[in-house]
Design a protein around this ligand. Structure first.
Ligand SMILES: Nc1ncnc2c1ncn2[C@@H]1O[C@H](COP(=O)(O)OP(=O)(O)OP(=O)(O)O)[C@@H](O)[C@H]1O
Ligand SMILES: Cc1ncc(COP(=O)(O)O)c(N)n1
Length: 269
């Protein structure tokens, strides 16, 4: 059994964060584990409050996982405060996991900050260089590079800069641009373009979390980054196509549609 660990925040409404990650791992036939760094009171409409887990408890959670069940891949999502980020950075330096996918979560859909601005420098120094695959969306890539990103050429330029900052490979996600959903992936050898038709839905809560967990699942299952991203793009497009009209705001995506409807697992594909 392959194993993945998510290091992220908890979303009690189940669409993003740890909950989305564990569902994605399960849909890929992966044994999922989680280190919770923040408890976020949120739903499909809003973020109400955030409680950060203490650095000591984060260190203990990391030790409990890595000393017992070292994961085949790791996904890192929301890291809100410098202290919690430092605890994760220290553990990454100590355990040196191989297949790390990093999603630099900065803002929730309602605009609430999920990463403190004071944590940005530490993020660039202590977290980003551990990325085998780094998955910023356009606003995140703009903050991290200082660029304005309007075109695919800008996305390519941003991906190159972020590789120079230490990420092995970079996927700049184009969900926030108009038109088709185009993501640009730079693995240092070539630049790949992944395009899917834009699905007309408001139910996109947790798309970034789900995509990065699907990439981690595919790395754990033995795919190289380019293949892992290609398969994850198909998975997120499918999950958005069958998204769930739950809640009063931006509903969640559907992780198990094919399992339920067709009795298929993504493992069989
Ligand atoms: N309406 C859509 N139709 C098809 N694909 C989409 C749509 N919205 C986003 N995507 C795709 O979903 C993935 C996540 O992209 P996005 O840019 O939305 O990430 P994110 O900003 O981290 O997520 P979120 O918007 O949930 O915070 C990307 O592959 C993107 O192209
Ligand atoms: C705990 C947590 N982590 C991340 C996100 C962002 O979700 P996404 O960008 O995938 O919609 C979120 N809303 N809550």
């Amino acid at each position: 059994m392959k194993t993945c660990l998510t290091i992220a925040g908890s979303d009690p409404s189940g669409g993003a964060g740890i909950q989305a990650d564990l569902k994605t791992f399960a849909a890929h036939g992966i044994y999922g584990m989680s280190v919770i760094v923040a408890v976020v009171a949120e739903n499909t409409c809003e973020v109400r409050s955030i409680m950060d887990v203490s650095p000591a408890v984060i260190r203990d959670q990391m030790a409990c996982v890595f000393e017992d069940i070292p994961p085949d891949a790791v996904k890192i999502g929301m890291l809100s405060q410098p202290e919690t980020m430092q605890a994760v950075a220290d553990a990454l330096a100590l355990y040196q996991p191989a297949n790390v996918v990093i999603d630099p979560v900065m803002l929730a859909k309602d605009g609430s900050a999920l990463m403190a601005s004071e944590a940005l420098e530490l993020f660039k120094r202590g977290i980003l260089p551990h990325a085998r695959v780094f998955t910023p969306n356009i606003p995140e890539a703009e903050v991290l590079t200082g660029m304005t990103i309007r075109t695919e050429e800008d996305m390519r330029q941003a991906a190159k800069i972020l590789r120079q900052e230490g990420a092995q490979t970079v996927l700049v996600k184009g969900g926030h641009l108009d038109g088709a959903a185009v993501d640009i992936f730079d693995d240092g050898v070539a630049v790949h373009r992944f395009e899917a038709a834009r699905i007309q839905t408001k139910n996109t809560h947790g798309t970034g979390c789900t995509l990065s967990s699907a990439i981690a699942s595919n790395l754990a299952n033995g795919h190289v980054p380019h293949q892992a991203v290609n398969r994850a793009k198909a998975y997120i497009t499918d999950a958005i196509s069958h998204s769930l009209d739950l809640g009063k705001g931006n509903g969640p995506t559907h992780h198990f549609y094919r399992l339920y409807q067709e009795g298929l697992s993504w493992l069989d594909k």
